[in-house]
Design a protein around this ligand. Structure first.
Ligand code: ADP
Length: 396
């Protein structure tokens, strides 16, 4: 048995990703995904030795709980339960309590549950995942890796809102950010690509997936990030609105909207979906745009314009030469037209796209996407599971 494999569990709001990963190479023995939890089409699938299996999840009950139990029985059937030395969990909100990776015990799980007020759908699922895995593997050490931890180095001017200060002191209302594990990973990989020590490197990392965020990294540390108290802030996303005037909420309340309806709209019916009226999926929006749908084009324009504006403002946050802009996430890794449009806005800062290089950097490929005499932008596929495996083994 190798002593470097880790079972990584990443519970999303309606999904669960899992993998048994080599913390040295990042290779997975088995990896899988449970998705559409709570819906009739809920299913779980996995890849093992090159073969993919898909299984329906029965209706009813807690699908997160079901999925963890199914992962455990699957690992038993495949004879893999003795192959890993730790379990690593991805946790979305760590508040100010968790500034780094910690060993999981009941007190940690309870604090994660308490912090669910910052990420209701995610943290509850994360706690379910930790409890189920603790019951299934009582003799293995388990670790919690927090999405917010990398952002804990932000200075107060970046994380305090212009609200009465007591709201921060008493209620801990502040910017926490999200996607920290991804921003951490791609900044480390970018430093390797540039052959520069990460603690002497400045990056603007741009994670564009269903959720999307931008982070300013100075000397290897986060100095600002676009998500806020919750992952609703900043960029426009698949279904989330990103930054809006808070008075929109008051305005709609006065029009008779109910609280749940309002927050459901901001979280699940806005963004690409709300603006385009077509889909939350970037590919679908781009296809509709190519067919001439004007609202799909508008969604594309809002999205790219806002990403570019955030990048511009993070030049100020860093205040020194930026070594590279780093694109990642499903859209950042794959979408040629979206990266191209963002780089077009950034010409003013000396960025010039290399169209061929941009077209080549897709489907898991890392690469430079700017021209020779341009300032540097690169694509680096993210790998949050690998970071979770590495940090878990480092804690052993
Ligand atoms: P999550 O935030 O759920 O982890 P991902 O990082 O997987 O999401 O990103 C999902 C997004 O990536 C979707 O909007 C999807 O359309 C987009 N995407 C994936 N492949 C492509 C592609 N080839 N071109 C454009 N967008 C893509």
């Amino acid at each position: 048995m190798s002593n470097s494999y880790v079972l990584v569990i990443n519970s999303g709001s309606s999904s669960l990703k899992f993998a048994v990963i080599d913390s040295q190479s990042g290779d997975a023995l088995v990896s899988g995904l449970g998705e559409c939890f709570g819906l009739p089409e809920a299913e779980i699938s996995w890849k093992y030795q090159g073969e993919k299996t898909v299984e329906a999840i029965p209706a009813g009950g807690n699908h997160h709980q079901y999925a963890v139990n199914r992962v455990v029985s699957l690992l038993e059937t495949l004879g893999l339960t003795s192959q890993f030395v730790a379990v690593g969990h991805r946790i979305v909100a760590g508040g100010e309590t968790f500034k780094g990776t910690v060993k999981v015990d009941e007190a940690v799980i309870e604090e994660v549950e308490r912090l669910a007020e910052l990420a209701p759908l995610h943290n509850k699922a994360n706690a379910t995942g930790m409890r189920a895995a603790m019951a299934a593997f009582p003799n293995l050490p388990q670790f919690a890796v927090f999405d917010t931890a990398f952002h804990q180095t932000m200075p107060p001017k970046a994380f305090i809102y212009g609200l009465p200060y007591e709201l921060y002191e008493e209620q801990k209302v502040r910017r926490y950010g999200a996607h920290g594990t991804s921003h951490y990973y791609v900044s480390r990989e970018a430093a390797k690509m540039l052959d520069k020590p990460v603690e002497q490197s400045n990056f603007i990392t741009v994670h564009l997936g269903n959720g999307a965020s931008v982070t300013a990294i100075k000397n290897g540390e986060c100095v600002d990030t676009s998500m806020g108290l919750t992952p609703l802030a900043g960029l426009m996303m698949g279904t989330r609105c990103g930054d809006i005037d808070p008075s929109v909420i008051e305005f709609l309340f006065r029009k008779g909207w109910q609280q749940d309806e309002l927050f459901d709209m901001l979280n699940k019916k806005s963004g690409f979906l709300g603006v385009s009226g077509v889909t939350s999926d970037a590919r679908g929006v781009l296809e509709a745009m190519e067919k001439g749908n004007p609202r799909a084009r508008l969604a594309f324009e809002i999205f790219t314009y806002r990403v570019a504006k955030y990048i511009g403002s993070y030049m100020v946050a860093i205040g020194e030469e930026v070594d590279a802009i780093v694109f990642t996430g499903g859209i950042g890794e794959n979408s040629l037209p979206i990266r191209s449009e963002i780089l077009n806005y950034l010409k003013v800062f000396g960025y010039q796209e290399d169209a061929k290089a941009n077209a080549d950097a897709r489907f898991g490929q890392s690469g430079v996407i700017t021209a020779k005499d341009s300032k540097l932008a690169v694509v680096i596929p993210t790998n949050e599971e690998f970071v979770i495996a590495q940090q878990s083994v480092a804690m052993l």
